[in-house]
Design a protein around this ligand. Sequence first.
Ligand code: G3H
Ligand code: 13P
Ligand code: ZN
Length: 303
Amino acid sequence: MALVNTKNMLQKALKEGYAIPAFNVCNLESTQAVAEVAGEKNVPIIISASEGTGKYAGYDYIKAIVETASKHYSNDIALHLDHGKSYEACKAAIDAGFTSVMFDGSALPYEENISETKRVVEYAHARGVTVEAELGKIIGTEDMIHSDTESFTDPKEAKDFVTRTGVDSLAISIGTAHGINKSIKTPVIQYGVIESVHNAIPEIPLVAHGSSTVPKKWVDEILKYGGDIKKSQGISEEDIAKMSKSAICKINMDTDLRLAFTAGVRNDVANHPEHFDIRDYCKVGKANMKEQITHAIELIEGK
Ligand code: G3H
Ligand code: 13P
Ligand code: ZN
């Protein structure tokens, strides 16, 4: 199957009340892990690569791996730039063949977020590429405190924003957070915000970032084999299942895949000091990652 943009997959998810998983990749193994699991399950999937991954691996290399993988399966695959912080970053990903981009102008003043998002939409739509934007502040690892300073997405602003920018989907702030430690306690997901934003913009698929569950299993394995993770807290599995049935149509996970891979590598090098073939420990990391992706897809599918 050729690569597709996210238009049809997200609109179908919106109409039928489910969510598409979006997993971040950064290299050959992680891209294969996502493509193989989704391909074998024959489910639509969004493969995301950040600007950081663009610098690390190159957008063109990631595109080539995804395109190759897509020839092995018949499911729909979208290749998406995650958190593009500038027009130039989005343009670079589009020019490399990405089928979808996120322009993240959430740190910009509101009017600037609108004007920059609009520029990206014009460039992207002219090339058949879909655009996700962000409104509201989704906290990250660096601003860990779960406090009133977190700004949940305002429904009125969301209506104005999508009308003026023409985006295809919108990432909203609902109490999720990026990284390994999302909150002091289990994060409280704001279902009321999801519902009121959905009522304001019923035709726009909503996106949940920061949706990793931070499985204890991987954290414990990393710690057992010499890792140093002081605090960790994910989104509950119940919330992932519940969000999947709400107006949230795309669920982003990155941290859980990193944890799974790292646990495998640490385990392998600790138990096999004789290993120096890169393929030995990458094989174990990739197998763990596939296990985690399988579990996440089943959770999002409600199985
Ligand atoms: O939401 C952000 C993703 O986890 C990407 O992280 O910029 O380290 O690749 P990264
Ligand atoms: P996590 O850190 O929870 O995996 O979030 C990933 C994400 O939102 C990517 O955009
Ligand atoms: Zn994100």
